[in-house]
Design a protein around this ligand. Structure first.
Ligand code: 3H9
Length: 653
């Protein structure tokens, strides 16, 4: 092996058997920042000019090939050379260039690889063009080169969804040419040597396989329906569907579209979400705190929530011990968990070996003492303070004193639960969202006495469970339900002031929520919230504005979709505006002497957004939420707030 040649601070190379092995080393993810682009272009020039060099291998240091363009550079003045120029040079080089994909090749990273003359992936590499998730389209040839390799329908499916593929799928699709079963660089050097002197396969010169327009339409329509009005997926489809035109024309259109979208409010919102997700588990005071080991998780209460948590824990490789009140209830819980795993098996999310391994790690019991081996116990029993305190006192005795105890309460005060135990420092809240095996959000409730290492451990567990943890202080409803209450309250004020449920729902759906608020209530059922309102009635401040419309609906037996009617009627199962509901609303307005006025869609949006943001400000002032972006993540991941609007705190500007 030759000496190391340095092309820039982040790009260097060695030469082996006449092949220049260029390594990009730009932690944390080898993004194609200005210095990388400079280093690569110098390496390419060096290889082209150097008589002793017969080919190149491009690879990345660490566990990433290239994570994409440097998102932090977006919005800054451009610095030459630009990525599309570097990529064009790669494709046009007279000597073979082989991409050795040692890890994630995403966005601009995959675009670099697509322009190489041969692609070899390590078995663990991941490939994708996830730009639409940042509100943009690929800007360095992805929409034009990928269809030349895998055809238009498959390219639309990947690019317009932003889906990441694993090496095996990438091979069968034709994105990569080979998976290295032995040392990646050795295999890549070998491949480059074999290509010397042969006609090089330049992706941009390949003819695009003809595709059935009906198939293109079918794939696109499915993805665009999911994208709910976002611009980038539709633009990606347009660019890919027209990629059979001359390459230069397609590339110019792609670049102009990329640059325009990059400046859009949608892209700014999605970048905000990207960085917010990486910021949220950085908690002041936890630096250097050593987390505890967690291998076995106990779950108390194997109803819908407990079973969902169990499935998430089994999927993450934990051993799970489920506890319920009686052996029969425990067995029922086991069956429910197995049922969920079977669904994963049927959908292909889990293979048979995985299913067998997960069921082997599951046991259930009705005896507290059987939880003794647990490192963490999560309680998901009925949300009643006395029930939970009794359980925590029993658990306190049954499990090791260094094991962690978590409550999945939605509304109770976990400080009161912790105070009832011998070791309150090991208690915290883990508020999962239903269905717990599918929903990403996890509110991690830091109680008054929660020990730092208990918090750090819970964040690690959350990550392993593939959840998005957001730390919250103790307050009624934590971050999410407090904001949701404010939002709901405002929606009910709007009803009294003159809007109707379908006006509000239409405004929310137009804004990007998957479903309007009143339609969601009907789906979930109105009785639980009604019961809570009745409990709170005695302590409610009489000077506070209180809207009784929902109570009137419940009293009339309109408990939601299950009872056939709620905020809407459901003749033949179809949601329809019900004049009876309008009459109830009008009667309540008259009772309060309110003269109704009309609201534009924008006014409705602004009132609801304003209420959410004001409550968010209160949570920040009270120190319940650490940062505004955490609030955004909670509302996006737990309450259907449209991701491309960035969350209520971002959207209010
Ligand atoms: C693009 O490529 C456009 C092109 O088509 C056109 C160009 C002309 N830039 O996720 P992690 C940071 S658009 C800057 O926790 P992991 C991240 O903020 C891009 N920074 O690591 C974090 O910083 P900190 C298309 C980035 O190991 C740190 O790296 N590419 C970028 O779990 C670690 O991140 C994508 O959308 C970036 N591109 O996962 C891929 N990426 O430590 C986005 C990450 O200060 N990236 N950072 O909090 C990913 O999906 C994951 O980061 C990856 C690693 C899978 C690579």
């Amino acid at each position: 092996m030759s000496e190391v040649t340095t092309f820039s601070a982040t790009v260097s190379a060695t030469t082996r058997n006449g092949i220049l092995v260029v390594t990009i080393d730009n932690p944390p993810v080898n993004a194609t920042s200005a210095d990388v682009r400079l280093g690569l272009s110098r390496a390419l020039a060096h290889a082209e000019a150097g008589g002793a060099i017969s080919g190149l291998v491009i690879t990345g240091a660490g566990k990433t090939f290239i994570g994409g363009a440097d998102i932090k550079e977006f919005g800054k003045p451009p610095v030459e050379p630009m990525l599309p120029d570097v990529i064009e040079t790669i494709e046009a080089l007279s000597k073979p260039v082989v991409a050795a994909l040692n890890g994630a090749a995403l966005g601009g990273g995959l675009e670099v690889a697509l322009a190489c003359h041969y692609r070899i992936a390590s078995p663990t590499a991941q490939l994708g063009l996830p730009e639409v998730k940042l509100g943009i389209v690929p800007g360095a040839g992805g929409t034009q080169r990928l269809p030349r390799l895998i055809g238009i329908p498959a390219a639309i499916e990947l690019i317009a969804s932003g889906r990441i593929t694993k090496a095996g799928e990438a091979l069968s699709l034709g994105i990569v040419d080979e998976i290295a079963e032995t040392d990646l660089i050795d295999v890549a050097i070998d491949a480059a040597q074999k290509l010397v002197g042969t006609p090089l396969r330049r992706t941009g010169e390949l003819a695009i396989a003809s595709a059935d327009p009906a198939e293109i339409e079918k794939v696109s329509a499915k993805l665009l329906a999911k994208a709910r009005g976002q611009k980038a997926p539709a633009e990606a489809v347009r660019l890919i569907a027209s990629s059979h035109r001359p390459l230069g024309e397609g590339l110019a259109d792609e670049r102009a579209t990329f640059l325009a979208l990059r400046e859009s409010p949608e892209a700014a919102a999605l970048r905000h979400v990207f960085f917010a997700e990486r910021e949220t588990s950085k908690i002041a005071g936890l630096e250097g705190v050593e987390a505890r080991q967690v291998n076995t998780i106990g779950i108390c209460g194997l109803g819908l929530m407990g079973s969902g948590i169990a499935v998430a824990a089994l999927g993450a490789g934990y051993t799970v011990i489920g506890l319920d009140q009686t052996p029969e209830a425990a067995e029922k819980g086991r069956e429910r968990i197995i049922g969920l795993l079977e669904r994963n098996l049927a959908s292909g999310r889990l293979d048979r070996a995985g299913f067998d391994a997960q069921t082997a790690r599951l046991s259930v019991t009705a005896t507290d003492a059987d939880l003794a081996p647990c490192d963490l116990v999560i309680e998901a029993v009925f949300d009643d303070l006395d029930v939970k305190i009794d359980l925590f006192r029993r658990l306190d005795k049954a499990i090791r004193s260094d094991a962690i105890l978590a409550t999945n309460t939605s509304y109770l005060n976990p400080d009161e639960i912790a105070a009832a135990t011998q070791h309150p420092g090991r208690v915290l809240g883990l508020h999962f969202f239903s269905p717990a095996h599918l929903m990403r959000l996890l509110e991690v409730v830091r109680c008054k006495e929660t020990a730092p290492d208990v918090l750090a451990t819970s964040l690690n567990v959350a990550k392993r469970l593939r959840k998005l943890p957001v730390v919250t202080g103790v307050t009624e409803g934590f971050i999410g339900n407090r904001i949701f209450s404010a939002y709901r309250r405002e929606a009910e004020f709007l009803l009294e002031d003159g809007a109707l449920p379908h006006d509000i729902d239409a405004a929310l759906e137009d804004y990007g929520f998957p479903m309007g608020l009143f339609a969601v209530y009907d789906m979930a059922g109105l009785e639980i919230a009604w019961a809570r309102r009745k409990r709170q009635a005695a302590t409610r401040d009489p000077s506070e504005r209180y809207v009784e419309i929902a109570d009137r609906l419940c009293e009339a037996g309109r408990l939601g979709q299950k009872s056939g009617r709620g905020w809407y009627a459901y003749p033949d199962g179809k949601r329809t505006v019900d004049p009876e509901v309008t009459a109830i609303i009008e009667a309540e307005r008259t009772k309060k002497h309110i003269t109704p006025r009309s609201f534009s869609q924008e006014e409705i949006e602004q009132r609801l957004l304003g209420a959410m943001a004001a409550e968010g400000e209160a949570l920040l002032a009270e120190g319940i939420a650490a940062r505004a972006s955490d609030i955004d993540l909670v509302m996006i991941n737990g309450y259907g707030f449209p991701t491309h609007k960035g969350g209520p705190m971002f959207a209010k500007g």
